[in-house]
Write a protein that binds this ligand. Structure first.
Ligand code: AQP
Length: 330
């Protein structure tokens, strides 16, 4: 159990409960969370307030939160080793976000690529929350004084902003927060199977991603239809993506041999795709089995999240006492 002390080399990360997780979420973030928790104190959050910034169903949200918790645990996040909790259970997240709102220049937020992309995708609902999303994210991270944030490449800009906010706060009010850094995997950006110039993403549609819950047949079908020779060049973005997926799941050795065969023209795309599909299937099998077991114990998921929130709030309250004092709102 955590004492009322900040932890060294603390890891913090989170995901939104916005639907089923895909291979990009897994290889960019979740897989490394599971590895990192063995060496570091770790906090993994379900960031439900972030999910309110795009159209969603209030009726479905509680179930989505449970589903995401199931995804975390079945992938190997261990609540005995890490704190797992739901963001909205701890009001200090939004309290700190408000304070950060008041020190973050509008111009910094206007530069954020995710805001530009999401504004394009959700033209009917460009709300202020979507704009200030990275400030809430900075509050999520800094509330726990986290040193490292394991995320995919698309989130690097937000973590850089978190660092800028920490520096600005420290300069204005005195040293309080660490200058948090990102931890990326070697393949921090998994691309869409159909449009390999874009990152694998739920909102592109089902054919673009492998869901962690996809059946072996669905995986084979999706990988077989993956785009390969888009530019007719020696190695297209689609082929690179298939090798990246293999490397992330299987390590370097096997992949360098296959790359060699590919270079020599001895690896037909059909064979490469079969290897990729089978590798994904065998990697996801134990995760899917574990998920089926955990689905039988849904009430325990609620208890894990309550206990996680209690542990997280001890730290959050301590930070906010310090922050309130420093900004003069005691
Ligand atoms: N394609 C990707 N490659 C590597 N990492 C990725 N992540 C997301 N896509 C890729 C990482 O997954 C974590 C989850 O972040 P999120 O909850 O904010 O989900 P998201 O990025 O919004 O996921 P989608 O599929 O892209 O959702 P939509 O389409 O709804 O916007 C983060 O660490 C992220 O970097």
């Amino acid at each position: 159990m955590l004492a009322l002390l900040y932890m060294n080399n603390l890891i913090f990360s989170g995901m939104q409960p916005t639907g089923s997780l895909h291979l990009g979420n897994y290889l960019g973030a979740l897989k490394q969370w599971v590895e990192l928790q063995e060496q570091h104190d770790s906090i993994f959050c379900i960031v439900d307030y972030h999910a309110l910034t795009i159209d969603y169903s209030p009726k479905d949200l509680p179930n989505r939160i449970t589903e995401l918790a199931l995804d975390y645990l079945s992938a190997g996040v261990d609540p005995e080793k890490s704190i797992v909790f739901v963001q909205s259970q701890i009001p200090e997240h939004t309290e700190l976000a408000w304070i950060f709102n008041s020190i973050t220049p509008m111009g910094e937020l206007e530069r954020m690529t995710q805001f530009k992309e999401k504004s394009e995708q959700h033209k009917q609902n460009i709300n202020a929350g979507l704009f200030t999303y990275p400030i809430l994210q900075a509050a999520d991270i800094l509330l726990y004084k986290a040193d490292r944030v394991p995320v995919g490449e698309d989130q690097v800009q937000h973590v850089e902003l978190t660092r800028d906010i920490a520096k600005k706060f420290n300069k204005t009010f005195g040293k309080t927060f660490p200058e948090t850094k990102v931890i990326l995997t070697k393949t921090a950006r998994i691309m869409s199977l159909v449009d390999p110039e874009k990152k694998m993403s739920k909102s592109l549609g089902e054919k673009h991603y492998i869901a962690l819950s996809d059946s072996p047949d669905a995986i084979k079908k999706k990988v077989r239809s993956a785009v390969t020779d888009t530019h007719g060049g020696s190695k297209s973005a689609g082929v690179t993506n298939l090798f990246d997926i293999l490397e992330a799941l299987n390590g370097d050795d096997m992949v360098s041999e296959l790359k060699d065969q590919h270079k020599k023209g001895k690896l037909p795309y059909k064979d490469l795709k079969d290897i990729v599909a089978n590798t994904i299937i065998s990697h996801l099998k134990p995760i899917q089995e574990r998920r089926r077991e955990l689905e039988e114990q849904r009430e325990e998921i609620g208890e894990i999240l309550i206990e996680g929130a209690e542990r997280a709030q001890e730290i959050a309250q301590k930070t906010m006492e310090e922050v309130r004092e420093k900004v003069g709102v005691r």
